[in-house]
Write a protein that binds this ligand. Sequence first.
Ligand SMILES: C[S@@+](CC[C@H](N)C(=O)[O-])C[C@H]1O[C@@H](n2cnc3c(N)ncnc32)[C@H](O)[C@@H]1O
Length: 204
Amino acid sequence: MKKSLEEHAARFDDVAGEYDDSQNDTEEYRACVSLVVEHAAPEEGDTVVDLGTGTGAIALALADDAEKVIGRDISEGMMERAQEKADEQGIENVEFGEGRFREPNVEEADIVVSNFAMHHLSDEEKREAIEVIAEMGPRRFVLGDVMFFGLPDPDEPFYGPEVDDPSTVGHLADVMTDVGFSLVAVERVHEQVGVLVAERAEEV
Ligand SMILES: C[S@@+](CC[C@H](N)C(=O)[O-])C[C@H]1O[C@@H](n2cnc3c(N)ncnc32)[C@H](O)[C@@H]1O
């Protein structure tokens, strides 16, 4: 991680009020949100965990179809905005609270999702985070994020080398399969943005 958790949290606290407007200007971000929501596809009775939930773009979009959605983040400011949006929309089955990728503060999930957040972690930290996700026992894990389909290009708009640490698609796929998932879909949104869908491999 190129900044501490506290630095990342403070950075997002500062922009929480403008975050939705600024992100929604980006076609690739909107595409990623749609794909993560589409692939998550919760069913009645499912508990969904959204890691790095921010202002709740994914968590709130999934609430209608899930039994319960748990949003976790390190930025109080982002989660306050998420809760305001839930209240405005009358959504009652979403809960937001402190949790980190490697200490999510959640025991179990049917589906885990994460969008545009895990790229703050180093390759090794992402491995630890995905191990923790697998331990929650979800049948599906959907990761939308900045990730390299080709060579890293710091001049591309999705990648700020001073704060971001995206992985290659290969690294993410390796880790997912190492912890017992099968990769069932790869959506390339941009050379540096994609959505990976992993499902628990059948026991043999
Ligand atoms: C770019 S925002 C994405 C928010 C949301 N998922 C979305 O799609 O709009 C990244 C979020 O990840 C959170 N974050 C960064 N590092 C984190 C960590 N280690 N654990 C949990 N959340 C983290 C930040 O606080 C921020 O709210």
